[in-house]
Design a protein around this ligand. Structure first.
Ligand code: MN
Length: 594
């Protein structure tokens, strides 16, 4: 059983100060006193003083480097629900922003379950509040993580439901927001209650293996340090990263429960100063040890849809042991642990003035697009059964996601297992409705093909084409499914009319399709270019200067569309190089006889 550590006000203040010396500690102290007074005499189910819970929640947020306002709101989050004080009292004392956060967290209700309907109703509220201010969900997630730590004091049926909801909704939500650390915590805490037997067996069976791996990696570390030093790379940190139990459990199920097939049970994480050093470090590792084919993953050039960036490789290490390495910069590391929360920290550091004015600082718009989609989608699904709602929510938003590209290089974010039809509907309803074929990476493929991360998709359209009912079996997204249904229903309704009137009318297009002719482009080349000494990494040729084999080239690591290859004299490239010198890496053409 996890024992909840008791956090004091001083722990909290110390943590906040360490992150940001100019943080508003007075505000936090005031919020603490207010909450402590309000909860006076109240106990948790565990018998501990109630204030321990808001304190632990606030501390978690402080670890994620959130600002003082958010931390104050976390301290106050249960005041309205559990004490005679009202939201008006909070507004008077702390102002509108904090009152808004507290009000929306309390609105979500306390952990009371009255079936799936109630749960769905709470989720809808949660998503609406999230769209207004994403910090509502950050506080809610930390609140949930702390509640899971004292779950053993609740009756058994409640334990299971809360844990299940955490596994199915809250952890995927944290994942979607890029908060890897919180996701792992929520999952591991809930794992024990949802699958008690499996959880205990797993922990027992990996205990020894974990230790062996750690010891082995401890011997590897100095070898790497020495080699990096030779190339003038100073690692900021080399750390061991043990896989979280629940994600190990899920992975084992995919690998016949064979622990020997799990190479990242304990991985080595190398944190270096900049992107160029990341690629150089990868090259050094590959010179030392032979990489396993197909296991080099360049999430720097092609980040995961939740923003995760890192280079992964798996090598045959000394004594033939197989080891996974993860290479990243400190900023990538910070973002992988704290995801969307990291944006407040970085923007607060930059905008101290804005902070002092207590302006609400928000992460960039494009990070929040999917949340907007989520609120729109809620409107569309209002009438459907709660069970169906949860099911499609999991598929449309919380499944593993993939990134695919339009011919123009726009990124479309889809659930794993999505097909070209899902892609077509994600671009435009009429492109979906008129979809007649698809090219994946330049090759004609069937509409039932599963798309993969990084694929470039072109949709062929035919203005006379209509969706068929078979498509319902091929699509993965709720969006595509509901559009197909709409057309099928409309078509069926039109049938009797057509029988009455002899003149056949084609259903008119409400909007002209966006793409008239499929674009033919082969901008994603195969492994012909070597990046920083590595072949097989993801890249694309820049359209501005379209380099040809033999041209002198360099690569620019774009923010989310991979490495783009330019001719070195390309004016665009010269500009990029001036602005972002740390994003430029070496590139050359692979020799033909290689
Ligand atoms: Mn709470």
């Amino acid at each position: 059983m996890t024992m909840a550590m008791t956090i004091t006000l001083n722990n909290l203040l110390g943590r906040v100060k360490k992150n940001n010396p100019s943080a508003n500690l007075e505000l936090i102290k005031k919020a603490y006193d207010f909450a402590d007074g309000a909860h006076q005499g109240q106990k948790r189910m565990s018998g501990a003083d109630y204030i321990n819970h808001p304190l632990a929640t606030a501390y978690h947020l402080a670890k994620m480097k959130l600002n003082s306002t958010t931390i104050a709101a976390a301290l106050l989050h249960d005041v309205v629900d559990d004490t005679p004080l009202s939201n008006e009292d909070i507004k008077r004392e702390f102002g509108r922003e904090i009152a808004f956060l507290v009000e929306n967290i309390s609105k979500l209700g306390k952990i009371k379950y009255r079936g799936v309907g109630r749960q769905v109703e709470n989720l809808r509220k949660l998503f609406l509040a999230m769209a207004k201010d994403i910090r509502v969900i950050l506080i809610k997630l930390c609140d949930r993580a702390d509640n899971l730590k004292s779950l053993n004091y609740l009756p058994e049926n409640k334990q299971r439901r809360i844990a299940q909801e955490s596994l199915e909704i809250y952890a995927p939500l944290a994942n979607r927001l890029g908060m890897g650390e919180l996701k792992g915590q929520l999952e591991d805490l809930a794992f024990y209650y949802v699958y008690p037997k499996e959880c205990q067996e797993l922990k027992e069976s990996v205990k020894e293996k974990y230790q062996q791996r750690q010891e082995y990696l401890r011997r590897i570390k100095p070898i790497i340090e020495k080699e990096l030093k030779k190339e003038n790379i100073k690692p900021i940190e080399i750390q061991f990263r043990a896989k979280h139990y629940y994600s190990l459990y899920k992975k084992l199920k995919r690998y016949d429960n064979d622990l020997n097939k799990i190479y990242d049970l304990v991985a080595l994480r190398i944190i270096v100063g900049n992107i160029e050093d990341c690629y150089k470090t990868l090259g050094i590792l590959h010179k030392l040890w032979r990489p396993l084919p197909g296991r080099i993953k360049d999430y720097i050039a092609l980040p995961k849809p939740n923003g995760y960036q890192s280079l992964h490789t798996t090598v045959f290490c000394i004594q033939g042991e197989i080891v996974e390495f993860q290479i990243k910069t400190p900023e990538m590391h910070q973002k992988a642990e704290f995801g969307i929360a990291a944006h407040w920290y970085y923007s607060e550091q930059k905008g101290l003035k804005a902070y002092l004015k207590r302006k609400i600082i928000k992460p960039p718009e494009d990070k929040l697009n999917w949340i907007k989609q989520l609120t729109q989608w809620q409107e569309e699904t209002k009438g459907i059964l709660p069970e169906k709602y949860l099911e499609s929510l999991k598929i449309d938003f919380f499944n593993n996601r993939i990134f695919v590209f339009t011919p123009k290089g726009d990124v479309i974010d889809l659930p794993e297992g999505a097909t070209p039809i899902d892609f077509a509907y994600a671009i435009h309803t009429e492109i979906g409705n008129r979809c007649n074929g698809a090219k994946i990476n330049g090759k004609l493929e069937s509409l039932s093909s599963k798309l993969h991360n990084g694929d470039l998709i072109e949709i062929m359209i035919d203005k006379n084409k209509k969706p068929s009912s078979d498509w319902l079996k091929l699509v993965k997204t709720n969006l595509a499914r509901s559009h197909i249904r709409k057309v099928l229903e409309k078509y069926q309704q039109e049938l009797p009319k057509k029988e009455l009137k002899p003149i056949q009318k084609e259903p008119s297009l409400s909007r002209p399709p966006l793409i008239k002719k499929p674009l033919l482009k082969t901008e994603v080349a195969s492994s012909k270019i070597i990046l920083a000494g590595q072949s097989g990494l993801f890249y694309r040729l820049a359209q501005c200067c379209s380099p040809q084999p033999g041209d002198k080239i360099k690569a620019y690591i774009t923010k989310n569309k991979g490495a783009s290859i330019h001719q070195i004299n390309c004016p665009n490239f010269q500009n990029l190089k001036r602005k972002w010198p740390q994003r430029i890496i070496d590139a050359c053409w692979e020799k033909k006889n290689d």
